[in-house]
Design a protein around this ligand. Sequence first.
Ligand code: NAG
Ligand code: NAG
Ligand code: NAG
Ligand code: NAG
Length: 638
Amino acid sequence: MLLRGCKIMKQGEVRRALMVATVICLFLFIYLYWQQSSRPLQALVLTYKHVYTSNKKIHPRQWTWLCVNQRCERHHITENVKIESLSTCSMLCGSTQLWPQPTGPVTLGSKAIIFNHQQFSLQVLASGPAKALVKEAFSAFNDSVLSLVRNNNYLKEKTDFDRFIVRVTVVRGDVIRLKLRTDESYSLTLKPRDSEIVANITAKTYFGARHGLETLSQLIWWDEYAGHAGALKIIKGATIQDAPAFPYRGLMVDTARNFMSIESLKRVLVGMAANKLNVFHWHITDSQSFPLVLPSVPQLSSSGSYSPQETYSPEEVKAIVEFARIRGIRTILEIDVPAHAGNGWTWGQREGLGDLAVCVNERPWSLYCGEPPCGQLNPENPNVYDVLEKIYRDLLELTGETEIFHLGGDEVNLECWAQHMQKSNTPNNYTDLHDLWGEFTLKALARLQQANGGEKIPKVIVWSSKLSKRPYITKYLDRNTTIVQSWGSSQWPDTPDLLADDYKILISHVDAWYLDCGFGRWRETGEAACDPYRPWQTVYNHRPWQQMRLDKKHIIGGEVCLWSEQVDESSLDSRLWPRAAAFAERIWTDPQLDMTTYTIQEDVYTRLNTQRERLVSRGLKAEALWPSWCSQNPGMCL
Ligand SMILES: *[C@@H]1O[C@H](CO)[C@@H](O)[C@H](O)[C@H]1NC(C)=O
Ligand SMILES: *[C@@H]1O[C@H](CO)[C@@H](O)[C@H](O)[C@H]1NC(C)=O
Ligand SMILES: *[C@@H]1O[C@H](CO)[C@@H](O)[C@H](O)[C@H]1NC(C)=O
Ligand SMILES: *[C@@H]1O[C@H](CO)[C@@H](O)[C@H](O)[C@H]1NC(C)=O
């Protein structure tokens, strides 16, 4: 009828009608576009995925899973078969779905019960400042649980209990800063009691209690087949005892080669917390850019950031430090010196301080540095040390971190200094410029102590380098206070040499724990980028203390590194996850390695896949492990 009506309309009328329709469409389009772009970006990124699909009918169901010989088997739904979702089957059948696997005894019940988040009731037994932190951690826990919910109607479902009590006991309520010796152990029991289900988390410190909440969140899942709309479920009973294998479980992100927004860094911290990683090493500046706004030396960012928008204000850094602390993570800011410093350091001449940095943006770059652009602090300019002291004072203030300090010390190029001395007619009093580097390090350390009110910082991390080798190491680096971050290949002699010399080390072997490698070249000249890609199995199977028979006593832990030459926030999540999760189980649980076959057990695949799905529901764009078919058919892809 309508078409017919159209036909009868005169040509002019048709044109007019079309015009009106076009205008209406245009307005509608502009309105919708404005609606979308006026929403703050952060809301799009970090709001946990509350994808409430209200008014939706029951999902059509195609498959059911049956637990057969400790594995979930996929079957077509037929008349007489029991209907169970994959999530419920895998939580109750065979291995646990915990990640990282606890190091102590675990017993889990074989039944599930339905609850909803409105039944949560937190009871904190802690004196002192830890009490407030537990409340914050609980709020993050609540967010994690809510991220699982796929249908808002779920609150209408009947639940099996009236209340879900989470009781958290912290023995040392005064401990609110993570240190290397902080006890991070916890115990968790989950029991039904009358009309309540009670989760009892007990820990020596806040940091253990927080891990307990993280584990509790892993006993909870979304069952899309439950009731009419789906429901949250939890295992009906559990006892778990757990403590980490290593005290330092780090993840480094570089925000200088490419800038990463605060919101994207919060996602990194959400992922770290979910995997019980506890040190966020923020490599915040480099020779390419200086995005950190320092109150005492604002010239560094104003002359070195990519743009005024691509900076971190002191308030933003403090917010990250606090966001991390609530999640059991300490933040270590690294301003690498004397090398990896160029852009940002160019204002010395203008302000009468002389050259603070030399070789800045010098070409051909390959003569003076490892990658363009070059730049290195000028060790013979005394003003450099005054600036460093101001920087250090600001850094200590921003993080409140006074146990560990990262000094940098990566990839110093002595040719850069030699050329500069020659060009500027500076007398070169050194037969070996390593001594100039060593003296720079001692002076920087003295200024760090000054900045810390005259108190020595107990532990200073430096990247492994020529300076951390004999003969220089014993001359310039105190073995009581230095931690060497050993980043060379695991085949290099550095790591065993350092241990033989009684230095404490942090392992970041490039051949296993560098997550930036394997994405091809970003320049034509110079050494190739660090190909190949390190798959999660390589990350997981790296256990140098077993493979190289190293004494664990002096190994404080490990750190995965993400240098950012070829990554920014648009691919940050997928570059990190799930590989950093694989690292997390290595460093928390430290399972034995089968050194004859290097086979990874089936349950590791299954559990890591479950953990990866958790990260996705918490808003992280983690990479897929395998085809979904393998998730739906446990054990069939191995
Ligand atoms: C959990 O989060 C929801 C949604 O933000 C909120 O309504 C609820 O009060 C929170 N519950 C607790 C115990 O914090
Ligand atoms: C909670 O667990 C701790 C440690 O296992 C135990 O000592 C305590 O009695 C438990 N509390 C309750 C109320 O079950
Ligand atoms: C180098 O040695 C000369 C002569 O001993 C001395 O005057 C000068 O201060 C020294 N320069 C530096 C940078 O140490
Ligand atoms: C390092 O510690 C040892 C043992 O505590 C002590 O004897 C030594 O003097 C310290 N060395 C330095 C350089 O502080």
